[in-house]
Design a protein around this ligand. Structure first.
Ligand code: NOJ
Ligand code: CA
Length: 547
């Protein structure tokens, strides 16, 4: 493969919820190691681990107090080194979650910075005396309240975009850049393959701390009533990302994937902008489709905008779920059609142009958990329930078996296991050729064998209303993809996805040259295709051109 992070598939693990190995109800690193064969058999090329570093867990690891230490709840550094070696032995790369917009308030850098106004690290965070006893700007925190927290000991405010336990680093300070790059190098030198960068678009704030203008946002949080022009997405970000890219690229084959956190209804052009001309982030998430309904026109528009914002030397990401938003299967649910939509979504995820990110459990149809109020632990849910139930529902334990606790743990886990685990679990699905898990494995192997699907170009195909259809052409035919010209003849693939609940007839522009390679509807899909195809409700098919 020309480039693993462009052509491969990444699988996100939320470590607390993947596999518990020591009976404390919390997933850990030895647990992940015990499931590496499952991931290899699924066919993924890399895993991204949500944070496993030492943390007071105010935000379940997104508040780090030592970037170089593994939190004991997950294991030890020796466990991590073993995970890295075992993953690499199976051809699986490992990405860590770099949470560098902020640290924990317990991080020694912050403790020093907070110790006095004259401390040499004072300027490593954003401190301000305020104006006439009031905070210096109107900025609001994502998790509630203002970003400015009064610090009685030194009489100044410090800034936190999330919880007050997560003070923001001052990325304008060159010492901070050097220190954070140093923490990254610690892991790169150990053999880690790259980083997912938490809220990378928040790193730099307006140096003059200007007030954000008011806007009519879509959520009930005060944060959503501001247009975030001064507390994130600053134009200076691009130079900073080029600096970061230069450092990362001194290590061969490593990468970054940035989380670009924006507000509903999404901003694909902005996400795309952080790729620069292929010289900023290696990859950047765009979450616009997270806010789209199951609708062909809406998907086409979101994907089209994202693709057209991406420089020809840069590469997209396709993802439908993560640990911060309700799972795609539930967002798209529609009674008995739900399972078919999940199958069609898998086709989109794995055949659209871009690196697919699968969220753990997505491949078995893990549903959004229904968390009783007294079990809610996510700070967002604790604060905003019932208007916003928080993110626990998308973080419930992986369902490995139909046993009590779903094979995840021997004790009651930190979040409840979904009630459907006797039906929805990896063990049962691996034995059923018609399961969602078998479908993922099949499409992944189809994709692996076809350069058009993992590295080809993208062109929309004409299709009736309610159908999203596109052509993936093989590399070699396109200059921007000629890094490694394919020795095989050009073989394009066409993908048709019916988003509607009715059968739809689609005609093909070049009748006679296509053959079916896959359909989400079992018993269909292979063989020669004539002038047209009839798609069943929520059916997705992959065709291949036979030159
Ligand atoms: C984005 C992460 O994905 C989310 O889980 C976290 O709470 C915030 N950043 C703060 O780090
Ligand atoms: Ca454990």
């Amino acid at each position: 493969m020309a480039c693993w992070w462009k052509n491969g598939i990444v699988y996100q693990i939320y470590p607390r919820s993947f596999q518990d190995s020591n009976g404390d109800g919390i997933g850990d690193i030895p647990g992940i190691i015990s499931r590496l064969d499952y991931l290899r058999d699924l066919g993924v090329d890399a895993v991204w681990l949500s944070p496993i570093f030492q943390s007071p867990m105010a935000d379940f690891g997104y508040d780090i107090s030592d970037y170089r230490a593994i939190d004991p709840v997950f294991g030890s550094l020796a466990d991590f080194d073993r995970l890295l070696a075992e993953a690499h032995a199976r051809g699986i790369r490992v990405l860590l979650d770099g949470v560098f917009n902020h640290t924990s308030e317990k991080h020694p850098w912050f403790l020093e910075s907070a110790s006095s106004r004259s401390n040499p690290k004072r300027d490593w965070y954003l401190w301000n005396p305020g104006i006439k006893g009031k905070p210096p700007s109107n900025w609001m925190a994502v998790f509630g309240g203002r970003v400015w927290e009064k610090h009685p000991a030194t009489g100044e405010y410090y800034m936190h975009a999330f919880l007050k336990e997560q003070p923001d680093l001052n990325w304008h300070n060159p010492e901070v850049r050097k220190a954070v790059f140093g923490e990254m190098k610690f892991w790169l030198d150990r053999g880690v393959d790259g980083f997912r960068l938490d809220v990378v678009n928040y790193y730099l704030k307006d140096a003059e701390l200007r007030n954000n203008p008011f806007t009519m946002g879509e959520y009930p949080r005060p944060y959503d009533l501001q247009s975030h022009v001064y507390d994130r997405d600053r134009p200076e970000m691009h130079a900073l990302l080029r600096e970061l890219r230069t450092m990362i690229d001194t290590y061969p084959d490593r990468m970054t994937v940035g989380e670009v956190m924006v507000d509903k209804p999404g901003n694909p052009e902005l996400s795309a902008s952080y790729l620069g001309a292929g010289d900023e982030l290696h990859l950047a998430f765009d979450f616009t489709v997270f806010w789209r309904k199951w609708n062909a026109e809406s998907f086409r528009e979101a994907i089209g905008r994202y693709y057209s914002g991406i420089h020809e030397k840069a590469w997209p990401v396709i993802t439908f779920s993560n640990h911060d938003k309700p799972r795609a299967i539930d967002r798209y649910q529609n009674g008995p059609e739900t399972v078919y939509r999940a199958r069609a979504a898998a086709v989109l995820l794995l055949t659209l142009r871009g690196t697919p990110f699968i969220y753990y459990g997505e491949e078995i149809g893990l549903r959004q958990g229904k968390i009783p109020r007294k079990r809610i632990v996510d700070p967002l849910g604790v604060k905003y329930w019932p208007v916003n139930p928080g993110r626990d529902g998308e973080r419930t334990p992986m369902q490995w078996t139909g046993e009590t606790h779903a094979g995840f743990s021997t004790v009651e886990p930190w979040l409840p296991v979904n009630r459907d685990h006797q039906r929805v679990n990896a063990q049962g699905e691996s034995q059923d050729p018609h399961s969602l898990l078998s479908l993922y494995k099949k499409i992944i192997s189809i994709r692996r064998d076809r350069p058009a699907l993992h590295s080809g170009s993208f062109r929309e195909l004409p299709a009736p209303k309610g159908v999203f259809a596109f052509l993936r052409d093989a590399p070699g035919a396109h200059s921007e993809l000629s890094e490694e010209a394919s020795p095989e003849p050009v073989k394009g693939c066409a993908v048709f996805v019916n988003f509607t609940s009715a059968a739809v007839r689609c005609s093909l522009s070049e009748p006679g040259v296509w053959k079916g390679v896959f359909s989400t509807h079992t018993g269909k899909g292979e063989g020669k295709v004539e002038a047209g195809i009839i798609l069943q409700p929520d059916e997705a098919v992959i065709l291949e051109r036979n030159p």
